[in-house]
Design a binder for this molecule. Structure first.
Ligand SMILES: [Zn+2]
Ligand SMILES: [Zn+2]
Length: 1023
């Protein structure tokens, strides 16, 4: 507002603008507040800004916001002589669109209205700082560590002219005596903690030249007792020809509240902490009273957005942009990695990150399960890991054991695994220990006796030093000693066991409570109870019953995908257990139980089979005959310590005789190559798979497909690897930061399987309802064409992107080309894996497909009713689902183990489909029905939940209203080709009109349907 030509009086009262200075600490504090406390709440927040008179020559003072500013002034008494606390309002939106769409004119008016109300009510006299009220609008882009913001200092637009009659340095206006007295009084005012934070005040000068400073509320009291009265205020400005910004609201106050029409004012400025009467100004202004302001409904106009110059045309206001990445880069990586856990708290469950980061976990086994469990534990925020294994990495391990790469071959797993974990999560504290776990019933030669005893001692120490133990070894008997040690030490133990096509995941029960007075646990030998320390009956261990015999643990020949499913469940079970108040003592939940806990049920055992598509929950108590956790065994161990262990190791029948139960060793009935699956390895290695999405699902699915034998992979993704991806997206390491995922993934696939023929394509999948500008149209069209070619040149397409709308075009193309399409989608704690149905058969003896536009059948080429696609149940066309959403929705917040489980199911469904004689035309099967062929069940859809631990197989047919696979859509596509696609991209409602969804929605039954997005997709539907 400052301008040239400010000469001569009278002239219009013009002021010097005030500028904000927002410290990075403020935004960092907001980032934390948003992430940890506010979540999706975007209501206005009262905050505190700091105002100060000009301090230095020749600069104006800034209006400050700092890290402690995110509280209202009353909660925060950090004001001091250079920081007058001022109340403000922060409006932080949930997304960029919300930020852009804020009505800043109205917001400013609303703040101005508050100022006016405070003037009229007299509040200003009590607390003059409300005249300085300010407003901040922002969007804290937590994902990218950026903040966009604007600051406004609302100033009432006086509807009559304010005239400046004079303006001079105070030192020139005052007599020497007056100046000296004023200097002293001002110093006193500024030195007192009570008055120094009050930016508006009165200066009265009596006839004897003595000046005194008073508060505004004393105005009436000092009427008539002075010769001269100045209306003083702290002036941030530095100009000699203009007063500072705040005089405008001050004048408004004087006029409206006190009906003054002419004042002498005093612009107080400082230099080096002292009143600077050379630079402070005294002036005179007149202002006829404004009209209409007494009306309670009056909404005054206001100006004051930084970056807008009133009177010079309202320009587009550009937000200021702050990059927070330069702040504490050291701790930032860790914060980025933990963001998805914090986002879980926004709508679902407040994760105890502190507990997870401190829990010490011992992993026994660094093979197939060990790799996956270690990585998923890090995703859950676990940061203290110790890994024990005795083997080295073998070439054949690479496609199965997710962390190792070709250069690790021959290296001990425990040596190889450490850098692989650290390059995904630098904050992890991981130690690898090479050690063979002593097994019972395997006599050792006398020369090895000492080293076996050492191993036993070492394991004893390790179990004692950790809080939880994962039993992930291949060898069944190697779980005995750790199970015994965990039961004795009352440590959390989680077993994951893989059979050839089924798995067992269980948490062992707590150790026995001691019924005598407690000295050291180790001395409690005789009085062990069959109950745990809380008086609950102890849950069983993996040796307690025959549960485990249903699972035949074998080191080879497990179905690809099984590891991911079992690992995901093991880690979820662990995380759930840590969040249970009774932890290890928590009773086992059973299927169908009601639970209020946001993480759902906490079962004792989970058993599942891939080909049967079943998942069951079991509960069993500790057996009195158990060779590992029974009171008899534990008492003996506590009495004799490792002598007992060594005896069990050396004498094959000792444990059996001791407990009177059958041999520890399980019959190995599972053949080396699972007989139930006749693998057609040529078919698998020749099939060309197109993976859309190289994120969490993409990485896992690509890896598991290679384990299945797939060798031709094309991966499409448009993103780049960022730090927060590393924990969740299994293939990437910190070396990939900034690299396109489409190229980074290739290197990792080849590192694990040199014979893979993989290519990566960096491309954004065109999406409906994302209108493109004319300039972008050619590029988008090119992408559409390219995707079409890709679908045509592949045999199967995996839809693994994280938005709903990006699956639309591939779904349409696959249906049109009759290609296998498999969707995997994640909710917060549930997933969907489905194969789309075949494309429509043609009901005439038709020539080429392209010409057959009108006569599409509702049946497929085999005359079967077509199965549905991902969009068949929707009642709304896919549209832009990101721009208007909150961060947790944009990031698809899911429980960490979920992607792993869904990916395993996805690859497994695909291979089963590939081996089915009818392939894409195969009927959808439902669990519990006999499949009639030996490939196992081939469902249409599988929906699994981690809160209920259920798995549903569902069947749905192609809907005539479907926006992606209905004949209406296909006909239109075949007729108009990419013109049709481009129209859908540009016009969100076009698809709904075309498919009749618009009419459907108008009918009352659908009028209440709301947009259900992926993260809310926890409502199951059954067909
Ligand atoms: Zn047991
Ligand atoms: Zn459909």
């Amino acid at each position: 507002m400052a301008g040239a030509g400010a000469v001569g009086f009278p002239r219009e009262l013009m002021v010097q603008r005030i500028q904000s200075l927002v410290e990075e600490g403020f935004w960092d504090a907001l980032r934390r507040l948003k992430l940890d406390v506010l979540g999706t709440d975007d209501s206005p927040i009262p905050i505190t800004g700091y105002y100060t008179p000009r301090q230095r020559r020749p600069m104006a003072s800034f209006f400050n916001l700092r890290s402690g500013s995110l509280v209202p002034p009353s909660h925060n008494s950090v004001g001091d002589r250079n920081n007058c606390p001022v109340p403000g309002t922060l409006i932080n939106t949930n997304n960029m669109r919300g930020f852009q769409n804020l009505d800043r004119v109205q917001l400013l008016k609303a703040e101005a209205k508050k100022i006016l109300q405070d003037i009229v009510s007299g509040k200003v006299e009590e607390d003059p700082s409300v005249l300085l009220r300010f407003l901040v609008t922002s969007f804290a882009d937590l994902k990218n560590w950026k903040v966009y913001y604007n600051v406004a200092f609302p100033s009432l637009v006086f509807n009559s002219r304010m005239t400046l009659l004079s303006l001079q340095p105070a030192s020139k206006v005052l007599t020497k005596e007056e100046a000296a007295s004023m200097h002293t009084s001002l110093q006193k005012w500024r030195a007192s903690s009570e008055t120094t934070v009050i930016p508006f005040f009165l200066v009265s000068i009596s006839s004897d030249s003595s000046a005194s400073i008073r508060q505004l509320k004393d105005w009436k009291a000092c009427q008539g007792n002075y010769q001269k009265l100045l209306f003083g205020f702290y002036d941030h400005g530095c100009r000699s020809d203009f007063p500072g910004w705040v005089i405008r609201n001050y004048v408004a106050f004087l006029s409206i509240r006190w009906k003054i029409e002419k004042v002498q004012f005093f612009c107080y400025r400082e230099y080096k902490g002292n009143p600077d009467l050379e630079q402070s100004l005294i002036g005179e202004a007149s202002f006829p009273s404004p009209c209409g302001w007494d009306d309670p409904d009056f909404l005054p106009d206001a100006i004051g957005w930084e970056g807008i110059n009133p009177g010079k045309g309202t320009k587009e206001m550009k937000p200021k942009e702050i990059d927070l990445q330069s702040m504490n880069p050291a701790s930032q990586d860790e914060e980025k990695q933990l963001m998805h856990l914090k986002l879980m708290g926004w709508r679902h469950f407040p994760v105890n990150i502190d507990k997870l980061s401190h829990v010490r976990v011992l992993l026994l086994g660094a093979g197939t399960l060990g790799c996956e469990v270690a990585r998923l534990l890090m995703t859950w925020g676990v940061r203290k890991l110790t890994v024990v294994d005795s083997n080295s990495v073998a070439t054949s391990d690479l496609v199965k054991q997710s962390l190792y790469i070709d250069k690790d071959c021959g290296v001990p797993r425990v040596t190889a695994i450490v850098p692989h974990l650290k390059e995904r999560c630098p904050a992890v504290d991981v130690e690898g220990i090479q050690m063979e776990i002593p097994v019972p019933g395997h006599p050792v030669s006398s020369s090895k006796m000492a080293s076996v005893l050492d191993d036993c001692k070492h394991l004893q120490t390790l179990v004692a030093a950790n809080d939880a133990v994962f039993l992930l070894t291949d060898k069944w008997e190697s779980r005995w000693l750790p199970t015994l040690l965990c039961a004795s030490e009352n440590k959390i133990a989680i077993s994951a066991v893989l059979g050839c096509d089924s798995y067992l995941v269980m948490r062992h029960g707590a150790g026995p409570g001691t019924s005598g007075g407690a000295d050291e646990v180790i001395t409690q030998i005789v009085n062990l109870s069959t109950e745990d320390a809380l008086g609950h009956q102890r849950l069983g261990c993996c040796f307690c019953n025959d549960a485990a015999s249903l699972i035949n643990p074998i080191p080879y020949g497990t179905l690809p995908g099984l590891t991911s499913v079992a690992s995901g469940k093991a880690v979820e079970l662990f995380a759930r257990m840590l969040h249970h108040p009774d932890e290890i003592h928590a009773p086992g939940d059973t299927a169908g139980m009601e639970t209020e806990h946001q993480l759902g049920l906490l079962p004792h055992q989970l058993r599942g089979s891939l080909p049967k598509c079943v998942l069951s929950m079991e509960l069993s108590n500790s057996s009195v005959n158990c060779t590992a956790c029974s009171v008899a065994v534990l008492s003996e161990y506590r009495r004799r310590g490792l002598d007992f262990v060594m005896q069990a190791i050396s004498y094959p029948t000792y444990l059996k005789d001791f407990t009177g139960i059958s041999d520890l060793k399980r019959p190995d009935t599972c053949p080396k190559i699972p007989a139930s699956i006749s693998v057609n390895s040529d078919k698998i290695s020749d099939v060309r798979c197109l993976l859309l999405g190289a994120g969490t699902l993409g990485c896992d699915v690509a890896r598991i497909l290679m384990d299945c034998g797939v060798r031709k992979l094309t991966v499409v993704d448009s993103g780049r690897v960022v730090v927060s991806n590393l924990a969740r997206q299994s293939l990437y390491t910190s070396d990939d930061r900034g690299a396109p995922k489409a190229t980074a993934i290739l290197r990792h696939l080849v590192e694990r399987c040199p014979s893979v023929d993989a290519q990566g394509i960096r491309m954004e999948i065109p999406m409906p309802g994302h209108p493109v500008s004319p300039g972008e149209a050619a590029g988008v069209l090119q992408d559409c064409e390219r995707l079409k070619e890709l679908v045509a040149s592949h045999d199967a397409v995996f839809l693994l992107t994280d938005t709903r709308e990006s699956r639309w075009l591939p779904t349409l193309l696959c249906t049109n080309e009759n290609k296998i399409a498999i969707t995997a989608a994640l909710g917060y704690d549930s997933y969907l894996v489905m194969r789309h149905g075949a494309g429509p058969g043609i009901s005439c003896e038709a020539s080429s497909v392209a010409t057959a536009t009108d006569k599409l059948s509702t049946e497929d080429a085999l005359g079967r009713q077509r199965l549905g696609c991902y969009f068949c149940n929707d009642v709304i066309a896919p549209v832009d689902s990101v721009s208007n959403r909150t961060l947790d929705q944009q990031c698809t917040v899911t429980r960490p183990g979920l992607a792993s489980i869904a990916s395993g199911r996805t690859a497994d469904l695909f291979t089963r489909m590939l081996h089915h004689p009818d392939g894409i035309h195969a009927l959808g099967e439902i669990a519990g029905t006999s499949s009639g062929h030996d490939h196992g069940l081939l469902p249409h859809q599988m929906r699994g939940s981690l809160s209920q631990y259920n798995l549903l197989t569902l069947l749905g047919y192609s809907s005539s209203n479907c926006t992606a696979c209905s004949n209406a859509v296909l006909s239109e596509y075949r007729r108009s080709g990419m013109d049709f696609v481009m129209q859908v991209i540009n016009e969100p409602t076009y698809l709904e009109d075309l498919t009749g969804l618009t009419d459907l929605m108008k009918s009352t039954s659908y009028s209440q349907v709301e947009w259900v997005d992926e993260t809310d997709e926890d409502d199951f539907f059954e067909v």
